[in-house]
Design a protein around this ligand. Structure first.
Ligand SMILES: O=C[C@H](O)[C@H](O)[C@H](O)COP(=O)(O)O
Length: 269
């Protein structure tokens, strides 16, 4: 048997390894942020999912929800219930983790609890969502749920919604309406920066297409103050708008994983 250390490829591997180590040390804060996401997700799963009483759980989309799935997967007593996804991504994760998949149509008695990530959350538990383009199905599942809980790392905490998440509020739009709605919103919110979300050119030329075959406008309107619910209604009422990434009056609890290893829980009555 040949010893690996004598293999000509070894110096190359070792270079890569050093490169990986260097990259890791340079991106240490990101790793700590990942830890914050994990802490929030694990605590929410442990606190909120009741294996004795819950039958159907909704699962949001994004990077934080992946940690919730890992936690669910590691607890066999949570494997008997049904899991409803909110995106292609989450459906794949449910299947990969060998959990029981259900569609929203199959859940005639609704959903007991939904856990989801968010891009920014204020003290009223009003959230910007859709950074990953999954807002429509997320909202469908959230509105069918008895309880809706948000999980996030501490960067997402906000005193004034819209002041932190730089990309702005995602709005999902049927393709034929994109030009007219962009014009209407630009005229209505004169200070706003409204952009069609584009795909990464090396992966796909042109715009991002959502799981529902639609397009996204990212609407940076600045801090919203107490106007988030009104802005939601104003944009949602336009024909051609499928969904707006403002979730107000939906969450009763939010779990935030902090950089110091603690978890903050915000609640709303
Ligand atoms: O479209 C994506 C969803 O709304 C996500 O829940 C949100 O963008 C947060 O994602 P992440 O957990 O990756 O920060």
């Amino acid at each position: 048997m040949r010893c690996l250390s004598s293999h000509p490829i070894t110096p190359f591997i070792s270079k890569l390894w050093k490169g990986a180590l260097l990259k890791r040390s340079l991106t240490l804060p990101a790793t700590t942020i990942e830890n914050g996401k994990r802490l929030a997700a694990w605590k929410a799963v442990d606190d909120m999912i009741d294996p004795k009483n819950h039958k159907v759980i909704g699962l949001g989309s994004g990077s934080t929800i992946e940690y919730a799935l890992h936690r669910i997967s590691s607890r066999p007593e949570l494997h008997s219930m049904l899991y409803v996804p909110t995106s292609f991504q989450t459906k794949q994760l449910i299947l990969q983790n060998k959990l029981r998949l259900a569609t929203l149509e199959e859940c005639s008695n609704g959903i007991d609890l939904t856990i989801d990530g968010a891009d920014e959350i204020d003290n009223d538990l009003c959230a910007i969502k859709g950074g990953g383009g999954c807002l429509f199905q997320e909202r469908l599942v959230a509105q069918a749920s008895e309880e809706f809980v948000i999980i996030a790392d501490e960067r997402k905490k906000s005193n004034n919604l819209g002041s932190k998440y730089a990309r702005g509020i995602p709005v999902e739009i049927v393709p034929m309406a994109i030009t007219s709605i962009q014009r209407i919103l630009t005229n209505r919110y004169t200070q706003a920066n409204i952009q069609l979300r584009m795909a990464t050119p090396t992966d796909k030329a042109g715009p991002v297409i959502t799981d529902n075959g639609n397009l996204l406008l990212d609407c940076h309107l600045g801090p919203l103050g107490r106007q988030a619910a009104t802005i939601y209604q104003d944009i949602k009422l336009l024909s051609g708008v499928v969904e707006v990434g403002l979730f107000c009056g939906m969450a009763k609890k939010a779990y935030f994983g902090n950089l110091d290893g603690t978890v903050d829980i915000w609640t709303k009555n």
